[in-house]
Design a protein around this ligand. Structure first.
Ligand code: SF4
Length: 319
């Protein structure tokens, strides 16, 4: 017998969902790339760093993590007493998939023999727990510069898995890190040609792009910022129109914190929506079902959890 089908009319309003989760001792965390319904149902909405901090300080007995799998793993690492579950276990990430732990271990050995010294591995948080366990320190887009600058200048660095964020860090810190050849399928598709057209059609606008975007898009932007930085800028900058080069649901968050402005999603080369297909697997119906069943669970094996947690703790000390 299959799982009962939940009709959309059975699903309560977001505020009711949140109250019910509170009654049941469940903390609902949502990434800024989730749709508006899920964001409104959460106790806390944020970027990877903010969500990691929220999980680390939480004493909740259960966390429903609305994001993708590696984010729920991070919550499980930082809040080990909590049962962590997700609306959809298949919500993965093309960037995390681009770096497998076995391949990374081989490359670390290769670089050690080539350089005569083992490089420090800095891993962007968008990677699996197994990759975090092989890394010296983790970073997010919001703290990546501070993390890289915390490493002694003489130490070689391998940066994984995003080559665009790594390239941007090399430009802004003056380091010459070895870069893993991974990328995000959403940010990879932003097109500088269509962005320039949009800028010409919107004189006086300010362009903000995420460091996961390719270099030509970053170079054509006024600011390169993580999502928390984008939210701050939208509240503080005097411009009233912003062209936004990141996942499309970020516009909902921007409209919540600074509704006085107009936000226009920067177009991709072949698609105008720029929504992450992995994030979109989480729906209101699946969220509701997950809160009812407290599943599916995300569990990190013990042998991975300890070294991965150490690398995350190092990041939180720097951040
Ligand atoms: S937007 Fe990109 S990096 Fe973020 S979850 Fe989707 S595929 Fe992964």
């Amino acid at each position: 017998m299959g799982a009962p089908v939940i009709s959309l009319t059975d699903i309560p309003e977001p505020a009711e969902i949140r109250d019910l989760a509170t009654e049941r001792g469940i903390l609902v965390l949502a990434h800024s790339y989730q749709d508006g319904f899920i964001q409104d149902s959460a106790h806390f909405v944020g970027d990877s760093l903010e969500l990691a901090r929220e999980a680390a300080k939480s004493d909740a007995e259960a966390i429903c993590f609305c994001g993708v799998h590696f984010m729920a793993e991070t919550a499980a690492l930082l809040c080990p007493q909590a049962e962590v579950f997700v609306p959809d276990l298949n919500a993965g990430c093309s960037l995390a998939d681009s770096c497998e732990a076995e391949e990374l271990a081989k490359y670390q050995d290769y670089l050690q023999s080539k350089l005569g010294k083992r490089p420090q591995t800095v891993a962007y948080i968008n990677c699996t727990a197994a990759v975090k366990a092989l890394s010296d320190i983790i970073c997010t887009s919001g703290n990546a510069k501070a993390v890289v600058e915390s490493i002694p200048e003489d130490d070689p660095i391998l940066f994984v898995p995003d080559r665009h964020l790594g390239g941007w860090l090399n430009e802004t810190t003056g380091r010459n890190m070895e870069l893993w050849n991974g990328s995000c399928m959403v940010h990879e598709l932003f097109s500088v040609d269509t962005l320039c057209d949009l800028q010409m059609a919107n004189p006086g606008s300010v362009t903000i792009s995420h460091p996961e975007c390719p270099k030509p898009v970053r170079d054509a932007s006024d600011y390169v910022l993580g999502t928390a930085g984008m939210l701050r800028l939208a509240q503080e900058n005097s411009a009233t129109t912003f062209l936004v080069g990141t996942e499309g649901n970020m516009l909902y968050r921007l409209e919540q914190v600074a509704p006085q402005n107009t936000y226009i999603s920067a177009p991709g080369a072949s698609c105008a929506c720029n929504l992450c297909p992995h994030m979109q697997l989480n729906t209101s119906a699946k969220l509701w079902e997950a809160l009812e069943t407290r599943g599916p669970r995300v569990v990190v094996p013990m042998e991975i959890a300890h070294p991965a947690r150490r690398a995350l703790d190092r990041m939180l000390e720097v951040a």
